[in-house]
Design a binder for this molecule. Structure first.
Ligand SMILES: Nc1ncnc2c1ncn2[C@@H]1O[C@H](COP(=O)(O)OP(=O)(O)OP(=O)(O)O)[C@@H](O)[C@H]1O
Ligand SMILES: Nc1ccn([C@@H]2O[C@H](COP(=O)(O)OP(=O)(O)O)[C@@H](O)[C@H]2O)c(=O)n1
Ligand SMILES: [Mg+2]
Length: 183
């Protein structure tokens, strides 16, 4: 596998040979391919040392990590996060589960990242999650499905601002983006 440094050298040599054209638009201002989503490794995923495996799937796919932190989540935050689950019979068990240990929250960015992430994470119920998805590969019970992911652009926006301060999100230039994206 090529390292980031190798990719940068490759990019420079393609640029010098005129074979690579970098779009003149700054990646910080062009948001057309820069949707963002909230992903969280839940307490069972952290306990089972699956943080690296989760991050690896997103990096391998080509998404850009713009925020990352480990948090002991409060019931107040969860009440806002799972606002549509308050009336569900399993809500108290979700609260107990999500506050049982630290959670690793992250924000990933990229083209269609919200939909792609849901596909990558898999069905809520691991029994219905396809092999190859995170839930399909690493979990068996709906109440211990190792990872959370926003399920729509509106929810992603709400969840990112609930879990992260603006100053905790970092815009940086991924040196292979000009290769991965068709401007
Ligand atoms: N019957 C159940 N028993 C226990 N826990 C459940 C049950 N159903 C759902 N949950 C938990 O509540 C979470 C929220 O349910 P939701 O319907 O939002 O699923 P999801 O969107 O796939 O999960 P998440 O929002 O955590 O990404 C589930 O991820 C799961 O951990
Ligand atoms: N029948 C259910 C549905 C959801 N849940 C939990 O609640 C979480 C959030 O539910 P959700 O409907 O937002 O599903 P996802 O977005 O997590 O796939 C799930 O991930 C499960 O952990 C559960 O325990 N039992
Ligand atoms: Mg959900």
């Amino acid at each position: 596998m090529m390292s980031g440094g190798t990719l940068c050298v490759l990019k420079r040599s393609l640029l010098n040979s005129g074979k690579l054209i970098i779009p003149r638009v700054s990646p910080n201002t062009n948001r057309s391919f820069s949707e963002r989503t909230l992903v969280a490794v839940k307490p069972d995923g952290v306990q089972r040392r699956l943080i690296g495996q989760v991050i690896e799937r997103f990096e391998r796919r080509g998404f850009r990590l713009v925020g990352l932190k480990m948090v002991q989540v409060s019931e107040e935050l969860l009440a806002q996060h799972y606002v549509n689950l308050h009336k569900k019979p399993f809500y108290p068990s979700v609260l107990r589960y999500m506050t049982s240990g630290p959670v690793v929250a992250m924000v990933w960015e990229g083209h269609n990242v919200i939909k792609s992430t849901r596909t990558l994470v898999g069905h809520t119920n691991p029994a219905e999650a396809a092999p190859g998805t995170l839930r399909g590969d690493f979990s068996v019970h709906v109440g211990r499905n190792i990872v959370h992911a926003s399920d729509s652009p509106e929810v992603a926006q709400k969840e990112i601002s609930l879990w992260f301060q603006r100053s905790e999100l970092i815009d940086w230039v991924c040196c292979d983006h000009a290769i991965m994206y068709d401007p």
